[in-house]
Design a protein around this ligand. Structure first.
Ligand SMILES: *[C@@H]1O[C@H](CO)[C@@H](O)[C@H](O)[C@H]1NC(C)=O
Ligand SMILES: *[C@@H]1O[C@H](CO)[C@@H](O)[C@H](O)[C@H]1NC(C)=O
Ligand SMILES: *[C@@H]1O[C@H](CO)[C@@H](O)[C@H](O)[C@H]1NC(C)=O
Ligand SMILES: *[C@@H]1O[C@H](CO)[C@@H](O)[C@H](O)[C@H]1NC(C)=O
Length: 742
């Protein structure tokens, strides 16, 4: 009897809580992106006309607090606006004529790794031909802002921005120059200046298009002349991320502005989990930009190596994963038994002891926080004078863990990868002597430390080394395909350097950073070494800018095809880099991309046919297309049929499938290509015709790929890899083939 009463009470309480929550949501305003039709009977789409059209959807102009309901009135990327509304108000709006769709604002996160350090860009990996340094083109960086006075953004020798440029500089006008031609901030209507308070935006902008700076270095390491990938290119800064969070309404406002201003390439280094495209403001804005001929590059995410973690998965984006380079800033770990293991750190202290020091392992009996040397977890331990073993887990970045160790009295830190982080180590700008080691090396260190009563260790700093193998390899953190929502197109598209990237930073790093915290209003000559797919997107933004200078008439899809079909699939030792879900078409090869021979182009309406093929309703397709679409009047195409430079097909047992592709000749006017196929295990593949004979430039020819599977059996649910190559005496045009068995 008692029990029953209690249960009833619980039940009532539960209902009451529910009641309270729903009464709160009644007056709870959230920001929505509202897509509407273009106003009818309005002659010019001047912004005032648009604004009054948008206002007509709102119950009131302002909230009771006096705050404006409209946050953004978009003009170019979409017909629609962002506004503060309750759920009920959105419901009421749905009945108004001209309404199409409303989506709640999403928060997107920067793609530096959650373990937030950075690494270095090797000049040798990027095309920097004298004639193609990016002159006259504009890269729009949607990020955390910029430190404008950094030497990487000097404009010596650069021409004025092209006349099409219509952008604005929110800093004092004298702060912008011919390198940094514009800078705006978007934060829900707040008027802050586009200064970079965390470093991410300064770093990514200088990777894409920073100028040459001699004697760049991080704490004496990785010394040399640095520059961005397209050092003569102009930069337009759109600050849409504040601390590490980017609201989708702000991002869409940034894209809207960048399109209006006249940028040629947009780079995005943030994302959220995959969602359907009609609820993905970034995908919608990016399609608008691509239709205008603007290339949009984006980071793949840092949630690897788990499969199905890819972000920014739409076929009109160039989705970029992170690779390692052949440079290492080596910090060797020498155990008391003389065993040596290889680690990395960008901070090489002068005069660090060559003698052995005692090891302490807070994770031995401690919590997961102590194991990770998280903030506050070491204060009660006596670690004075000791070398502390920390796992590379938990919320704090590797540099922050070092701060925690140093504050608790530790003299050095050995940072040990978790199993899924495997071999990817980082040369971060630590505040104390440190070495970051792989999972395997970490296991040996732990085994030694746990087996001895008085384990000891020392760290030997070797400086910057080049020619390290394997390189390139895929970073463990780089997000993997397939997309959890939008399957059918292989993602990522390509990989580019994203581990240990050296580039501009707004403030000193290393031990000095403890004394002078980030102050982005001060001119500084600082650099930092950071890792994340965040840094791979601006590499590709730079490369595609160079390609666009060389080939001004190529569409964004043609340029994507050029970088994908010429990508490297073997590392420098001639071994396969990785699988397709981690590397897509392979590692960027800018020189080859400049002369691909053939390109797979995609014309505008193909994306609409693809959206219809996803099974979206007309309304949902219309939201993404930003115009009224009736799928019944279009021939929908399956994702497999999109004229993509990679091939991804799903097959059941004893199934057959034929897909078609077409290529355009951009090499020699007369050229003959023959097909080569590496057939994925478990399927037969044939191509018809087997030869493509071109007689002029821009000529297009199509071909069919015919697949047939046997009994799928144990391969069901798995995938199999191969490739298709069109080979002439000058060119190899390679497309990866992924077959998934259903
Ligand atoms: C460690 O992470 C916590 C939680 O994110 C943060 O509050 C703290 O400032 C970080 N510690 C350091 C030393 O930065
Ligand atoms: C870790 O890296 C090694 C060497 O590259 C590789 O053989 C192994 O498969 C990787 N392990 C995981 C879990 O990725
Ligand atoms: C940064 O420097 C400026 C100029 O010297 C100064 O006015 C400002 O207070 C500083 N900000 C911080 C957070 O130290
Ligand atoms: C190829 O097409 C582009 C874009 O349409 C055009 O600019 C170029 O002149 C064409 N080349 C030839 C040889 O027809």
């Amino acid at each position: 009897m008692k029990l029953l009463v209690i249960l009833l009470l619980f039940h009532t309480t539960f209902l009451m809580i529910n009641g309270q929550i729903s009464s709160i949501t009644n007056t709870h305003h959230e920001t929505y992106i509202v897509h509407v039709q273009k106003p009818k009977n309005v002659k010019s789409l001047r912004s005032t006309d648009l604004l009054s059209w948008y206002m007509s959807f709102l119950p009131t102009k302002t909230l009771a607090s006096g705050e404006s309901r409209i946050v953004y009135a978009y003009q170019t990327a979409i017909t629609g606006f962002a506004a503060r509304l309750t759920k009920e108000e959105v419901k009421a709006m749905e009945t108004k004529e001209g309404f199409i769709h409303a989506t709640k604002e999403r928060m997107l996160y920067l793609h530096t790794t959650h373990i937030n350090d950075f690494l270095g860009l090797n000049q040798g990996t990027c095309l920097q031909r004298d004639t193609y340094l990016g002159k006259g083109l504009i890269i729009g960086m949607l990020d955390t802002g910029v430190l404008p006075n950094h030497p990487s953004f000097k404009d010596s020798g650069l021409p004025h921005p092209p006349t099409k440029w219509k952008g604005h500089c929110d800093f004092k006008p004298t702060t912008c120059n011919n390198k940094l031609i514009g800078a705006r901030s978007f934060q829900r209507g707040n008027k802050d200046l586009p200064y970079d308070a965390i470093g991410h935006g300064t770093h990514t902008a200088s990777i894409a298009a920073g100028g040459f700076v001699k004697d760049a270095q991080v704490l004496g390491n990785a010394k040399g002349t640095v520059s961005g990938v397209a050092p003569n290119c102009h930069l337009a800064i759109y600050k849409v991320c504040h601390s590490s969070v980017c609201g989708s309404t702000d991002v869409l406002a940034g894209i809207d502005q960048a399109m209006d201003d006249g940028v040629d390439v947009i780079s995005l280094s943030f994302g959220g989990g995959a969602v359907p495209f009609y609820d993905d403001a970034v995908a919608i804005g990016a399609l608008a930009a691509v239709e205008k001929g603007i290339i949009v590059t984006s980071s793949a995410g840092n949630s690897g190596p788990t499969k199905g973690t890819i972000e920014n998965d739409s076929p009109w984006l160039i989705t970029v994963g992170a690779s390692t380079m052949d440079r290492m800033i080596r910090a060797r770990v020498k155990l008391g038994n003389n065993e040596e293991l290889i680690g990395e750190s960008a901070y090489h202290p002068s005069g660090f002891t060559s003698g052995f020091l005692p090891i302490v392992y807070p994770g031995r009996h401690g919590s997961s926080r102590a194991k990770a040397c998280s903030d506050g977890s070491l204060s009660r331990l006596n670690i004075k004078g000791m070398v502390v073993l920390c796992h590379n887990s938990g919320a704090n970045t590797t540099v922050e863990k070092g701060i925690v160790v140093k504050k608790a009295g530790g003299v050095a830190m050995i940072l040990i990868n978790e199993e899924d982080q495997n071999m990817t180590t980082r040369a971060a700008a630590h505040v104390l002597p440190a070495a970051h080691v792989s999972y395997f090396d970490g296991r040996r260190i732990l085994a030694y430390a746990l087996s001895k009563t008085n384990p000891t260790v020392t760290i030997i700093f070797d400086g910057t080394l080049y020619g390290i193998s394997p390189a390139p390899s895929v970073a463990s953190f780089s997000s993997r395909g397939p997309s959890s929502i939008n399957e059918g197109v292989l993602k990522p598209d390509i990989i580019a350097p994203g581990v240990n990237i050296l580039a501009a930073w707004p403030s000193p790093v290393g031990p000095l950073s403890l004394e002078s915290p980030m102050n982005s209003t001060i001119t500084s000559m600082a650099f930092n070494i950071v890792s994340g797919t965040s840094l791979s997107s601006p590499v590709i933004a730079g490369v595609t800018t160079l390609l666009k200078i060389a080939h001004p008439d190529w569409s964004p899809a043609a340029i994507k095809s050029a970088i994908m079909t010429t990508a490297d699939t073997l590392d420098r030792d001639g071994l396969p880099i990785s699988d397709l879900y981690s590397m897509g078409a392979g590692h960027i090869n800018p020189t080859n991309a400049n002369d691909p021979g053939l390109v797979y182009d995609i014309v505008e309406d193909d994306y609409i046919a693809y959206l219809c093929g996803l099974g979206y309703t007309d309304k949902q397709v219309s939201v993404v297309a930003r115009r009224i679409i009736e799928c019944a009047s279009i021939d929908p195409i399956n994702a497999e049929e999109l004229n993509y430079p990679s091939v991804s097909v799903a097959l059941g047992s004893k199934a057959e499938k034929t897909i078609t592709r077409w290529v355009m000749n951009v090499g020699e006017s007369e050229s003959l290509y023959s097909v080569q196929i590496k057939r994925p295990e478990g399927v037969e593949v044939s191509v018809y015709p087997e030869k493509l004979s071109f007689s002029k430039m821009n000529q297009t020819l199509s071909f069919s790929l015919y697949f047939s599977s046997g009994d799928v059996g144990a391969m069901r649910g798995g995938a199999s890899e191969g490739y298709l190559r069109w080979v002439s005496n000058k060119h190899i045009v390679r497309s990866p083939i992924l077959v998934t068995f259903t």
